[in-house]
Design a binder for this molecule. Structure first.
Ligand SMILES: Nc1nc2c(c(=O)[nH]1)N[C@H]1C(S)=C(S)[C@@H](COP(=O)(O)OP(=O)(O)OC[C@H]3O[C@@H](n4cnc5c(N)ncnc54)[C@H](O)[C@@H]3O)O[C@H]1N2
Ligand code: MOO
Length: 409
């Protein structure tokens, strides 16, 4: 199968994802962080619910205070946050009010405690006072019925505070994408097992599971696929595909004589593309296995990580209600020359910092070999070097895909 361009690959991925939908569920606020909102949310109440004080101080009627021309005012009974409103008119009194206390009838202004002198049961005010000072008017933060959060959105801790203050105790979110993750390769050992020649520890499982979970997925780890055609076909055919939105295999997609995944996907499902003009990740496989979206990521850990960010995350964004799968992308200036000798789109591991000029600067992290996880661990972004770009001078502008976009959504 002929390799596709990166933009064709993204188009296919987003088209397939758009035809797939996630269930919806109502969850309590206490477990809603990181979940994707299904629809816009409106305030159920005014915030604050009534006019109230913004400061600890005294509630007065401004007109009455002016008429007193600086004379002392009689104190009334204190009102605390949560207290009911007194029944009587308070327009000729100074009522001690605490921050958040509702404003007693007849008063319209709050004077801060620091600006008053208390003498017995009276106060005098030693500071200019304007009508309406230190008031939080009813509905000044949120108005009943006004939209407070717009979907699609991955809920943040601050969103939960906003939802709670607006009267919501639960929220309608998309079900987490269910992902089946399976490694491939007889050479893989789990850390803790003793290493023998030719074997390697499975670095992809912990890395990719964590990354998928940061992307908001629920991940089921399935047994490693054997380097055997019949076994791969059997393992894949026995998968309860309806349980998963995504099936992601890792390894076994290239030209090796035990790379059985493309053939197995062809037999059991359908291939949308195999191989994309990208580096790393060239042999990536994409298609459908019954009702699930299928990715066969290349086994080299950096290739798998890069494909997960560049090709899987866009699909997840679409599944979660975004209209495009575009990644957050920032311009940055290179701190060194960059050479590229091929016509593929390259995603280089890099580290960005804020330069003295106020612009982001990005440095390529060490060796770009697809097996080098060390340089990935050093990186905080991928630099995007387009197909036609070959040699970039120091100070050239490139786009970067920062890793911090994952938890932020
Ligand atoms: N003749 C060709 N050979 C290769 C090509 C090619 O186009 N023609 N492509 C190369 C590229 S690019 C990549 S990337 C790799 C990907 O190959 P596979 O997806 O088939 O992956 P494997 O062969 O199974 O593994 C590659 C490499 O990665 C190691 N690996 C695999 N899984 C893990 C894991 N879970 N943890 C740690 N390391 C893992 C594996 O041991 C191999 O060293 O193919 C090139 N070859
Ligand atoms: O494209 Mo491979 O993914 O470079 O190592």
């Amino acid at each position: 199968m002929k390799s596709v361009s990166f933009s064709q690959a993204i188009k296919s991925v987003t088209t397939v994802a758009a035809a797939h939908s996630l269930n919806e569920e109502t969850v309590s606020l206490s477990c809603a962080t990181g979940r994707y909102l299904v629809s816009d949310v409106k305030a159920l109440v005014d915030v604050p619910a009534t006019d109230c004080s913004r400061m600890d101080g005294y509630a007065i009627n401004h007109q009455f205070y002016r008429s007193q021309q600086g004379a002392s005012m009689a104190l009334g009974t204190a009102i605390h946050a949560g207290d009911k409103s007194p029944d009587q008119d308070c327009s000729q009194l100074a009522i001690p009010v605490m921050t958040g206390a509702l404003l007693p009838p007849g008063t319209d202004t709050v004077v801060m405690k620091e600006h008053c002198l208390v003498q017995g049961a009276t106060i005098t005010i030693d500071h200019p006072v304007n009508k309406g000072d230190h008031l939080r008017k009813q509905g000044s933060d949120l108005r009943t019925g006004k939209r407070i959060i717009q979907a699609p959105r991955r809920l943040t801790p601050a969103d939960l505070g906003l939802l709670a203050s607006a009267g919501h105790h639960e929220v309608l979110v998309r079900a987490r994408p269910q992902v089946a993750l399976m490694m491939s390769g007889d050479e893989l050992l789990q850390p803790g097992q003793s290493l023998s020649p030719g074997m390697a520890y499975d670095a992809n499982t912990p890395m990719l599971k964590a990354l998928l979970e940061e992307m908001g997925c629920s991940v089921t780890l399935l047994p490693c696929l054997k380097d055997d055609s019949a076994a791969v076909n059997k393992q894949l055919s026995e998968l309860e595909t309806a349980e998963y939105d995504l099936i992601i295999t890792v390894g076994g997609v290239s030209m090796g004589d035990r790379d059985f995944l493309p053939e197995a996907l062809q037999n059991l499902g359908s291939i949308v593309f195999h191989k994309a003009n990208i580096k790393p990740g060239f042999p990536v496989l994409f298609g459908q296995l019954h009702s699930a979206i299928f990715y066969g990521l290349p086994g080299n850990p950096v290739s798998a990580f890069s494909c997960l960010l560049e090709l899987v995350y866009p699909a997840l964004k679409i599944l979660n209600g975004h209209s495009t799968g575009n990644l957050m992308s920032w311009p940055a200036l290179t701190t060194q020359e960059i050479h590229k000798s091929h016509m593929r789109r390259e995603f280089m591991r890099g580290r960005y910092t804020l330069g003295a000029s106020g612009q982001l600067e990005v440095t390529v992290c060490g060796s770009q070999a697809s097996s080098r996880i060390g340089s990935l661990a050093e990186a905080n972004c991928l630099l995007v070097i387009n197909e036609s770009q070959q040699d970039l001078k120091e100070g050239s502008q490139v786009m970067i895909h920062p890793f911090i976009q994952i938890p932020a959504g």
